[in-house]
Design a protein around this ligand. Structure first.
Ligand code: URA
Length: 295
C-alpha cells in the first residue's frame, strides 16, 4: 500500500470500481447496503447501482468519489450488524458463478442425480420420491431446513405441511415476500422414516448435493432453519440458542440461523426470537414488514 493517504484512497477507489465492474459483468446490477436501517420502501431498498465503468484514467479515479454506502443514523449493536463488507468479500466457492440462464438446467441435472442416489439404503427404499427444492434459481434468499416430512415425501416439494404453512407465513406475512420469490431446500433430500432426526452418515451423504445447489443459485442471503441445517453448513456444534441472533457466513454468503418452524409449532413462545432473527435478515436485505391487515 502507498504511504500517501491520497494514493491509498485512489487505490481503494480503483479496487472498488473494479469489483463493481466485475459484479456487473456477472449480471449483478445492484446490492443491498447491509448497514442501512432507515425505513425504506420494500422495493426501493437502499442499494448501490453498479454503473457501467467509464474509461479509467488515474485523474478520473482519484476524482471519483467511492460509491455511497448509506449508514443508519443509529446502527444496531455490532454483534447484530450484517457483515458490512459483503460486497467486497470474494465469495468462497470452488466453482465459477453460473450464469442465471444456465441455472435451471444445472439444477434439473442435479435433481436427477439426487433422484437416482441410493447411498442411504434405508432412505432410498422407504421414500416415495426425493424432494429437491423449490424456488427461482436466481433467488436472493434461500431457506434451508432439515429433511422432508410425510407431506413433502408425498408431494415432492419442500415445506408443504404444517411447518411449511408456518414458514410460508414467516416469508409472506413476516417478511413481505412472496413464497415463490425465495428458494427453499433441505439438508436431506429424502424423508427419514417416522421423521426421525437424520443420521450423521445421511447428512454426510446428502450435504454435497445441497452445497452444489447453493453454489448454482449463489443466493445473496441464507437462512438456516434449525440445528441440523446450521451444524451441517456452518460446521459448528454450538447449540442453536448460541447461533441465532447474529450473522454467520457460509462460503462468504451472509447467513442467519433461526428456529425450525416445527420447533416453533411446539414452542410458540420462541416465535418472538425467530421474528428478531428475520428482522436482522430483513434489515440487511432492505425489506420492511408488510402493513398489518386489520381484522
Ligand atoms: N421440515 C423440514 O425440515 N423440511 C421440510 O421440507 C418439511 C418439514
Amino acid at each position: 500500500m502507498p504511504d500517501d493517504p491520497r494514493d491509498e484512497r485512489s487505490v481503494l477507489i480503483r479496487e472498488v470500481r473494479q469489483r463493481l465492474e466485475s459484479l456487473r459483468r456477472a449480471g449483478i446490477d445492484w446490492f443491498p447496503t447491509p448497514l442501512a436501517a432507515a425505513p425504506v420502501s420494500r422495493r426501493t431498498a437502499q442499494h448501490v447501482v453498479v454503473a457501467a465503468a467509464e474509461p479509467e484514467t488515474p485523474a478520473a479515479v482519484a476524482a471519483t468519489p467511492a460509491p455511497t454506502i448509506t449508514t443508519a443514523p443509529s446502527p444496531p449493536p455490532a454483534s447484530k450488524q450484517a457483515p458490512a463488507s459483503s460486497l467486497f468479500d470474494a465469495a468462497d466457492f470452488d466453482t465459477p458463478l453460473v450464469p442465471p440462464d444456465e441455472r435451471l438446467a444445472q439444477l434439473a441435472a442435479l435433481a436427477q442425480e439426487v433422484a437416482a442416489c441410493e447411498r442411504c439404503p434405508i432412505l432410498a427404499s422407504t421414500r416415495t420420491q426425493t424432494v429437491f427444492g423449490s424456488g427461482p434459481p436466481t433467488a436472493r434468499l434461500m431457506f434451508v431446513g432439515e429433511a422432508p416430512g410425510a407431506d413433502e415425501d408425498r408431494l415432492g416439494l419442500p415445506f408443504v405441511g404444517r411447518a411449511g404453512m408456518l414458514l410460508t407465513d414467516m416469508i409472506t406475512k413476516g417478511m413481505g415476500l412472496r413464497r415463490d420469490e425465495v428458494y427453499i431446500a433441505n439438508v436431506l433430500k429424502s424423508r427419514p422414516p417416522e421423521n426421525r432426526t437424520p443420521e450423521a452418515s445421511e447428512v454426510a451423504h446428502c450435504l454435497p448435493f445441497l452445497e452444489r445447489q447453493i453454489a448454482i443459485i449463489r443466493p445473496q442471503f441464507l437462512c438456516l432453519l434449525g440445528r441440523v441445517a446450521a451444524t451441517a453448513l456452518l460446521d459448528t456444534m454450538l447449540p442453536l440458542g448460541r447461533l441465532r441472533g447474529r450473522w454467520h457466513r457460509y462460503r462468504g454468503i451472509p447467513t442467519i440461523v433461526t428456529y425450525h418452524p416445527s420447533y416453533l409449532l411446539r414452542s410458540p413462545e420462541e416465535k418472538k426470537k425467530a421474528w428478531e432473527d428475520l428482522q436482522l435478515l430483513m434489515q440487511a436485505m432492505g425489506l420492511k414488514p408488510p402493513p398489518r391487515k386489520k381484522s
